[in-house]
Design a protein around this ligand. Structure first.
Ligand SMILES: [Zn+2]
Length: 106
């Protein structure tokens, strides 16, 4: 592959990584790891302040187990992002996040 092609591929990979926020939770009932990813450009709903400016974004996802563990509990995940689409807080109902989370400053 040419240098230019490699560069293009690299940039593409980077923008893909920035576009998706990976979510990993462990079901509190059976311990199964459930995974999904949030598309930061399509899945988020905007929150506006009283002047109509975008204050931040949020998304809610419901994750279902594979059924392998005979557990059919749905784990509900809520993520909050700031106006720059950086994660600021998150909650999981019925599950526990298993990845690292460093809230972005400001
Ligand atoms: Zn489960």
């Amino acid at each position: 592959m040419s240098l230019f092609g490699r560069l293009k591929q690299l940039i593409h990979q980077k923008s893909e990584a920035m576009r998706f926020y990976p979510v990993r939770v462990r079901c509190d009932r059976c311990g199964e790891i459930l995974e999904t990813r949030v598309n930061l450009h399509n899945d988020l709903s905007a929150r506006y302040d009283e002047r109509g400016r975008v204050q931040g974004y949020f998304v809610r996802k419901v994750l279902h187990g594979s059924g392998r563990t005979r557990c059919f509990v749905a784990v509900e995940v809520e993520l909050e992002f700031n106006a720059r689409r950086e994660l600021v807080s998150r909650r999981a109902h019925g599950g526990t996040f298993v990845d690292e989370f460093a809230p972005s400053s400001s």
